[in-house]
Design a protein around this ligand. Structure first.
Ligand SMILES: [Zn+2]
Length: 961
């Protein structure tokens, strides 16, 4: 590596930095590098940049360094070359070549995706730091958990430590620029010789993801090369690929419980390295939006965080506007309420989430664009940050994209208006290129690194203080902890039989907390607090731990700070309510002194009590009951129609009966289920539990919410075919299927579900080929446009009339109501004033004997408001077909925000209407939402497993024999 002699002034600066522990170094001046420059690069990027105002002095040049390869040396092109997108293997190839050539770069493995692609991180710092990375990792780990560290010791650690500044790029696959830009950033940070770069390398450890969602990166790049190379303006936009990752699209940024393996890998990496700053690079706004943590803010997070965020964003504005770059703004888009965004893993763990939205073109073409709200990448059928809202109810909260002017995340308005938070607005019409986008992002992140390098000790001090404050706040402020009592559910409604235990839902909560690094302990003895005693074996989360604040955020009821504020995503996520696990908030400080055994992973082992030839598996609401049915698919299962007392054991309605076997015993134990062995099958009314031939229908244009249902079905091992319009149109659905599930999709109502991606006469084939091996995954189509059309609707109608069970979830429940497959059910929309981004509300079970409610012991249960249709059923029919309804009282909003709750009053939540030989079950809820509301999932599983034993009319006493 070619290294020039450092300027004397910098050497003295370095001496100050090294010598005085907490003194802040002075900010070095921006100077041109002291080395030879790559003239070809300068010429090309100038050509690719559509106007000089979109360039900065930080990125208009690239230094040469003998032996250290640029992307052109390895891949054949510089970053920002029109019509070039780099696939995952090539990203890895470049970073590895760079690391092989430079002692300032190292590549770290992160994990492997669903489809077997590698996730990697490149690290750039000075030689000493790279050679001693583990030492610096140790310092950050010490600051992340400062328990037992005196203030003086903490200062000594800070004096030696360096902050990690980690970039995440390419989480959203249509947002194509960040993975390209980060390659150039890595090279520049490794080779450029100037005071600024020397200081960054010395004081900061820079990390960058290659592509945060590698499966989606490759699939999107292939689709781009196949269909998007001809795009020249916004009107040319073609549909995007039907999939990014295996299951989900942009919800990889909403996977609050880390269900997806790729996201789990990032979290594990984070918890090993503890980056105090994590910066997530997105594309949806003109020209660069830098997040500053506006309201509504989660008050549980440390106030220091809310001071740090605008500190950074204002510095970036200062620098970039200083360079004359228009369209850089802050203080508007996205708020600090939901903890579910991927980058939030840092704020949640006492670090700092940072976020950009730049203007991407959804590929690498140079295009004519308009600076309007939602200047995001064109094309994908699903909505990335910029496009249609995830749910109709959330729309008002996303005004920042659509030009809304509501407070909170809605600011932004006209993108070209000069505002206090946007002093130099962008031009309205512009030609925009991948290189422009790269220039903006790279100039922004270099400014952020400039600030971090100049104030690295402040960053570290704050990281330490946030961690320390988290521990202290848990020993100072109620709630002091949470208890998940053993033997759940504990409380019984009067007159009901004792409910059987289902600790698997407790295990779900505990294991998500554990994955998040939150300490959970098991009480070996009874827990006696002031007013209450919990049994031995109860799980305890104490708040006086580094991630105690996160535990509170996840477990508490979301008390939305201001009902007039809109928000960007969900307002409620309370884990106990979502999973129907009993989680008790503890205001008694004595909880902190309860002796506990640390839990690593909570495994619930099931049990079969007694001896006998017949097993009765208690229906206790566990989602693993359906797994058992599918694992023993060749065994004849029966379910009892009503609760039954067998000796000392209460068998709830829906409990399974089947012949005893060693294999069954082993599965019951593995799945954490409760069973008794009986001398003979009880003499009680029962029905066969048949496994249906099941299909899950997906449009091509809206696969994401389908993906969440697929994920849940795969997790619990329910068998199904994933079908598309092609299969629907072929007809004879009843010949192939007993049950068709239509997950929530088609947000515009029935029409969107039927006609899907509008055909413009050009077919878009989603098929696998030698050049495009990532396409055609999870289904193939010769043309993804057009939808099932009216002939498809007729086939669905026929399927039901011929005896099929059609189950519609959430927004898909508009379909049977609007097109008349169900004659008595109508579907309406909430008013414009109604606003309910995912709160948790009460749902009243009005027909508790219906098999859908096997395992539910309470008459009123928490459900997530899914933004589905407001269903109506004529008064005379309600008793017959309505299974559950929304009470719709003010007190019915259990967590999060619902503005206009009265609109939901007494609206059916679930309707089961027999039609012809079959039936339609309409959920206006969504019982498989983002791997969160697992307490509702059993309603769907029960409907599936009892598909041919549902009552002819719900009010009738027994099931259909
Ligand atoms: Zn995004």
């Amino acid at each position: 590596m070619c290294r020039m002699k450092l300027p004397t002034r910098f050497l003295s600066l370095a001496a100050i930095v090294a010598g005085v522990a907490l003194a802040q170094p002075k900010q070095p001046p921006i100077q041109p590098p002291t080395q030879a420059l790559d003239e070809e690069y300068a010429k090309l990027v100038k050509e690719w940049t559509t106007s000089p105002q979109f360039m900065s002095p930080l990125v208009d040049h690239l230094p040469k360094a003998a032996g250290v390869p640029t992307t052109r040396d390895v891949l054949g092109y510089y970053v920002g070359q029109p019509k070039k997108l780099t696939k995952v293997a090539d990203l890895g190839r470049y970073y590895r070549a760079l690391a092989a050539a430079s002692k300032r770069v190292k590549v770290l493995p992160v994990g492997t995706t669903d489809e077997g692609r590698e996730q990697i991180v490149a690290v750039v710092a000075d030689e000493e730091t790279i050679a001693n990375l583990d030492k610096y990792k140790g310092y950050l780990a010490r600051l992340a958990d400062p328990r037992g560290l005196s203030e003086q010791e903490a200062h000594n650690v800070i004096a030696q430590a360096k902050p990690i500044y980690m970039f995440i790029g390419g989480l959203h696959s249509a947002e194509t620029g960040p993975p390209e830009m980060l390659m150039e950033l890595a090279y520049r940070l490794a080779v450029e010789d100037s005071p600024l770069y020397d200081q960054i390398r010395k004081n900061v450890i820079v990390m960058m993801s290659a592509a945060a969602e590698p499966d989606g990166r490759d699939r999107y790049a292939e689709w781009y090369y196949k269909y998007k190379l001809a795009e020249e303006n916004e009107q040319d936009r073609v549909p995007g690929p039907p999939y990014w990752g295996k299951y989900i699209f942009h919800d990889n940024n909403r996977d609050i419980n880390y269900s997806q393996v790729t996201m789990q890998n990032w979290l594990k990496f984070y918890l090993q390295w503890h980056p105090p700053i994590m910066h997530d690079l997105h594309e949806s706004q003109p020209l660069l939006y830098t997040f500053s943590g506006q309201s509504p803010q989660n008050p549980t997070l440390d106030p220091i965080l809310y001071a740090e965020l605008p500190w950074f964003s204002d510095f970036e504005l200062t620098k970039m506007i200083g360079y004359g770059m228009p369209g850089v703004w802050t203080h508007a888009f996205v708020d600090m309420w939901s903890p579910g965004y991927l980058g939030f893993m840092s704020s949640n763990h006492n670090g700092m989430l940072r976020m950009y939205e730049t203007m991407g073109n959804g590929g690498a073409n140079t295009m004519r664009r308009t600076s309007s709200g939602g200047g995001g990448p064109p094309g994908p059928p699903q909505d990335p940050d910029s496009a249609a809202p995830a749910e109709p109810t959330a729309e008002a909260g996303r005004g920042g994209r659509g030009g809304g002017t509501v407070a909170g995340s809605g600011r932004g308005g006209s993108m070209t208006a000069r505002e206090w938070y946007r002093p130099l607005p962008p031009p309205r019409n512009l030609e925009w290129s991948m290189r422009n986008n790269t220039n903006y992002m790279e100039t922004g992140v270099l400014s952020a690194l400039e600030l971090t390098a100049a104030f690295s000790k402040t960053i570290l001090e704050n990281f330490y203080k946030k961690s320390r404050n988290a521990v202290e706040s848990g020993s100072r402020e109620a709630p002091y902890g949470y208890v998940l009592p053993a033997g759940q559910p504990a409380a019984q409604p009067a007159g009901q039989p004792a409910a059987p235990k289902d600790m698997t839902r407790v295990a779900f909560v505990v294991n998500v907390l554990r994955m998040q690094g939150i300490e959970v302990g098991e009480a070996k003895n009874e827990v006696k607090l002031k007013d209450v005693t919990y049994p031995a074996g109860s799980l305890i989360v104490k708040r006086n731990q580094p991630y105690g604040r996160l535990a509170k955020i996840l477990l508490e009821k979301q008390n939305y700070p201001d009902p007039n504020l809109n928000t960007y995503d969900d307002t409620g996520w309370t884990m106990g309510l979502m999973s129907h696990a009993d989680v008790q908030e503890i205001a008694d400080k004595a909880i902190l002194d309860v002796p506990v055994q640390p839990v690593d992973v909570l495994n619930i082992t099931g049990a079969v009590k007694g001896e006998g030839p017949v097993y009765a598996v208690l229906h206790n609401g566990s989602n693993w009951l359906s797994t058992l049915r599918y694992r023993l698919k060749d065994v004849k299962f029966e379910a009892i129609d009503q609760a039954y007392k067998s000796g000392a054991t209460d068998l709830p309605a829906g409990s399974f009966l089947f012949p005893a076997s060693a294999r069954a015993k082993s599965e019951i134990e593995k799945l954490g289920l409760q069973a008794v062995a009986l001398p003979q099958a009880p003499d009680v009314k029962k029905h066969l539990v048949d496994i249906p031939r099941m299909a899950v229908f997906s449009t091509w244009g809206s696969t994401q919410d389908v993906g969440w249902v697929r994920y849940a079905f795969d997790h619990f091992e329910l068998a199904y075919d994933l079908i598309y319009k092609e299969r629907i149109r072929k007809g004879n659905l009843r010949g192939s299927y007993d049950v068709i599930v239509i997950p929530s999709q088609g947000r515009g109502g029935a029409k969107a579900l039927i006609f899907d991606i509008e055909s413009k006469g050009v077919p878009y084939a989603y098929t696998k080929s030698a050049i495009f091996p990532s396409l055609g995954a999870y289904g193939e189509s010769e043309d993804i446009t057009g939808g099932m059309g009216l002939p498809g609707v007729a086939e669905l109608d026929k399927f039901v009339n011929e005896g099929g069970v059609l189950i519609t979830l959430g927004a898909s429940s508009f379909l049977p109501a609007e097109i008349g497959i169900t004659r008595t059910v109508n579907a309406a929309r909430t008013s414009a004033a109604f606003y309910a981004p995912g709160p948790i509300v009460e749902c009243e079970i009005t027909n508790p004997n219906h098999p859908i409610f096997y395992g539910y012991t309470q008459r009123v249960v928490p459900v997530r408001w899914a933004g589905g249709p407001l269903l109506t059923v004529p008064a005379g029919e309600r008793r017959r077909t309505v299974l559950a309804q929304f009470p719709g009282q003010d007190k019915s909003v259990l967590s999060g925000l619902m503005r206009g709750v009265a609109e939901t009053r007494n609206r059916p939540a679930i309707v089961d209407e027999p039609v012809g030989q079959g039936r339609v079950i309409l959920f206006s809820t969504n019982p498989a939402y983002r791997w969160q509301n697992l307490g509702e999932f059993n309603m769907l599983a029960n409907a599936i497993l009892n598909f041919n034993d549902l009552p002819k009319a719900a009010a009738a006493a027994g099931p259909d024999q």
